[in-house]
Design a protein around this ligand. Structure first.
Ligand code: HEM
Length: 130
């Protein structure tokens, strides 16, 4: 189910391999685990998926200054959990030791907040990603 949602809603930008397109769409392969390793990384990933992201970021030394629209209107809480479990465990990605799969309840809690894509960027800055 997570793969189907990824194919429908994410892969046109992040690509079937999760490699993204340098300078345009950031990679998820080799990158999602480093987000998950940060405190509040899980909340951040849920927030990006629900609410989108806008502003300058750097991933693996490459800058991105794009806009990703949130998919909260298209995806139910269960779908968000499934797509995040897919990107966390595909292309060689693994959940960090001790982390459980995303749950519908976890997504529901973040949906209660309602953030703008700019606020999601502020969340990202607090993670302390390099
Ligand atoms: C950023 C996941 C769909 C374009 C991100 C990030 C994640 C993500 C986790 C943040 C990476 C980081 O902070 O280092 C997803 C998922 C999607 C999806 C799970 C589907 C449910 C899309 C689509 C597009 C897109 C369809 C293009 C229309 C982007 C762009 C950024 C981004 C441009 C960087 C935004 C910026 O420069 O501030 N995505 N994405 N994403 N995504 Fe997506």
């Amino acid at each position: 189910a997570g793969q189907k949602a990824y194919q429908t809603y994410c892969q046109s930008c992040h690509q079937p391999t999760g490699a993204g397109i340098p300078g345009a769409f950031p990679p998820l392969a080799g990158h999602v685990p480093e987000i998950l390793a940060k405190k509040d990384g899980r909340t951040y990933l849920i927030s990006v998926t629900l609410y989108g992201l806008q502003g300058e970021i750097a991933v693996k030394g490459q800058k991105y200054n794009g806009v990703m629209a949130g998919l909260g209107a298209q995806l139910k809480d269960k779908d968000v959990a499934e797509v995040l479990n897919y990107i966390a465990t595909s292309w060689g990605n693994k959940l960090p030791a001790g982390q459980k799969p995303f749950t519908e309840a976890e997504v529901k809690a973040v949906r209660a907040k309602t953030l703008t894509p700019q606020q999601v960027l502020e969340l990202r800055k607090k993670l302390g990603l390099k």
